[in-house]
Unconditional design. Structure first.
Length: 172
């Protein structure tokens, strides 16, 4: 995982990766990339990951969030763009795998529509709301060289174990 504490990795995270060229990659290589990204994300208990966070210079992100009924829904989006942003903005806590232990309240649109391509290079359009819209905006920011700390109203540090302990107490 690329971290902002490493000067070279920070520079890499701060620039937009190259457009994904489907003609330069076989379906097998694309599936390997998705598998690698999924493993990297799951290993650190993330819900979204952009390719540049693992040192891959390509416009692609993945996300895995609870869908209807609580089952996880997986997304892999290549060359994403935000087509439409809803009017309602909500302030909510975010963290980032590239900035471990740092959290902050970030204003994001509660509804967005994105366009991009699926793993076969077919155009896709996704309407997202709630957590999914937030994750998509966070990951597309990564692909534009931006980090959540650029938007956060304030940031604070907390160890993951402490954060989970606090969350457990809040849920009780």
């Amino acid at each position: 995982m690329y971290l902002i504490t490493n000067k070279q990795e920070y520079k890499f995270l701060r620039r937009a990766p190259k457009i994904f060229d489907f003609s330069a990659h076989s379906p097998t290589k694309i599936q390997e990339l998705i598998r690698t990204m999924k493993k990297s994300m799951r290993d650190v208990h993330g819900i979204g990951l952009s390719a540049n966070q693992i040192g891959v210079d390509m416009q692609v992100f993945i996300a895995e969030v609870p869908g209807t009924g609580g089952s996880l829904k997986f997304y892999a989006v290549f060359n994403p763009t935000i087509e439409k942003i809803g009017d309602k903005i909500e302030l909510s806590e975010e963290g980032c795998l590239s900035i471990p232990g740092t959290y902050g309240n970030v204003p994001r649109a509660t509804q967005i529509t994105i366009r991009g391509f699926d793993k076969r290079g077919k155009p896709i359009k996704i309407k997202a709301w709630g957590l999914l819209a937030r994750v998509f905006q966070h990951e597309i920011d990564h692909l534009n060289g931006k980090l959540f700390i650029d938007h956060a109203k304030e940031t604070y540090e907390m160890a993951t174990s402490e954060r989970l302990r606090n969350k457990e107490h809040k849920d009780v």
